[in-house]
Design a protein around this ligand. Structure first.
Ligand SMILES: Cc1ncc(COP(=O)(O)O)c(C=O)c1O
Length: 400
């Protein structure tokens, strides 16, 4: 049954959705009614009101990043998150620089691919589908190769849901005199990555993740000295972070057509983020979403890919049941009929699926997700949600 305005189990967080399914996906995600409503008027991109909105957005994002000393600045970039990652790489890695890319999933791989397109020299530590990159191996790689100038890490690798040990990695990067860039696309705004606690040169996220806006732009939060040094370095006109920064600071405008409605929606999303209690409160809600959902799914017989220690509050990977009556496509459709859009898995060795914990929903919704999963299994004739032995063997590699 789709979610409706008359649904009696609606929690205070929910807004009437008139049949819209919840997106249990890591962005685009379910947004508040107020966020959607904020897009109901048009803005002139050169107009002073819109310029003030851009300035406010930049200021508030710096606040969230905890830039108390004014050492960083925020540069929004049109496009999806990958555009901002590419802009960061092309702007902050010198053409004769060399990057160590820490890979444990699809987004780390995309970074290496992007560096290939940009013609930037790079090496990788590839841990496979989900094993975390650890400090000592990063330190060893840096000691072995003095040419490496930068390290880049994905904060939450959304393809498995693992929360990578950012602090551990930052510490070894700076202990060996290199610089860190962070792809915090799916974590910024809900998982602490405060400038005061963690050292990096730049961090990237986008509008449609943990701040709960709609898709249309990303943003780079970078040390001002790095922004200065990036002048003339980018391979790309539209993805030149320095040029966008300089123009925004001089004129208050984006260089090319801004996603005006997305910016208006994002400001409303930022207001709601603040009202909820900022990064800490959002992280608590998402963690509660995860805990309730994971506990319920485990009770139903499902197993998570990751041990609790590595589970992010962003998205969780479950092994597909071994029962031959289980088929992901059918499960997906049955969940959708009940008002929930889930996500296919991205593991190469075993079948899996993912359930997101982020977006405008709370633990009451997550209880209904679990109920929907249980009912869907029954409808499919799946007697047990237990994964195949090969999946459990795969998981024990992580515990070792
Ligand atoms: C960690 C991470 N990096 C990069 C991206 C790419 O963002 P986009 O799909 O918006 O280009 C995503 C998208 O989910 C992500 O989770």
């Amino acid at each position: 049954m789709p979610n409706t305005a008359s649904d009696k189990t609606i929690s205070p967080l929910e807004t009437p959705r008139l049949g819209e399914p919840y997106l249990l996906t890591p962005g685009p995600l379910t947004t508040a009614y107020e966020v959607k409503e904020a897009m109901l008027r048009d803005w002139g991109s050169w107009d002073g009101d819109f310029r003030a909105m851009t300035a406010e957005l930049r200021r508030q994002l710096l606040d969230i990043a905890g830039d108390t000393k004014g050492e960083f600045d925020c540069v929004p970039i049109q496009g999806s998150g990958s555009f901002s990652v590419e802009a960061m790489l092309g702007s902050f890695v010198p053409r004769d620089g060399k990057v160590l890319v820490l890979i444990n999933g699809a987004y780390g791989k995309r970074i290496a691919q992007t560096l290939g397109y940009l013609g930037r020299d790079h090496v990788t530590i590839d841990k496979g589908d989900y094993m975390p990159p650890r400090g000592p191996e990063v330190a060893a790689a840096l000691n072995a190769d003095p040419d490496i100038t930068h390290v880049i890490v994905v904060h939450c690798e959304t393809s498995s849901g693992i929360l990578n040990p950012l602090k551990e990695i930052s510490d070894v990067v700076y202990a060996s005199g290199r610089k860190l860039l962070v792809d915090s696309m799916s974590a910024f705004g809900a998982v602490p990555a405060g400038i005061a606690d963690l050292r990096y040169e730049a961090i990237v996220s986008s509008a449609n993740k943990c701040i709960e806006g709609v898709p249309g732009f990303g943003f780079v939060i970078a040390r001002k000295s790095e922004l200065e040094a990036a002048k003339g370095r980018s391979h790309s006109l539209s993805l030149d972070v320095h040029a966008q920064w300089e123009t925004m600071n001089k004129t208050g405008q984006w260089r090319f057509t801004p996603p005006t409605h997305v910016v208006a929606a994002f400001l409303e999303a930022l207001r709601m983020h603040r009202e909820e209690g900022g990064v800490a409160a959002r992280g608590v809600r998402y963690a509660r979403n995860r805990d309730v959902m994971v506990a319920g799914m485990r009770e139903a017989g499902f197993e998570t890919l990751l041990a609790d220690r590595w589970l992010s509050p962003i998205i969780v990977t479950f092994f597909s049941p071994a029962d031959p009556a289980f088929a992901f496509d059918r499960f997906y459709e049955l969940m959708k009929e009940k008002g929930f859009i889930i996500y296919p898995g991205k593991l190469t060795v075993v079948d899996s699926f993912r359930v997101g914990c982020i977006g405008r929903m709370d633990e009451h919704v997550m209880r209904r997700v679990v109920e929907a999963a249980r009912t869907s299994l029954t409808e499919m004739g799946v007697a047990s949600a237990a994964p195949p032995a090969v999946a459990l063997a795969e998981r024990s590699r992580l515990a070792a």
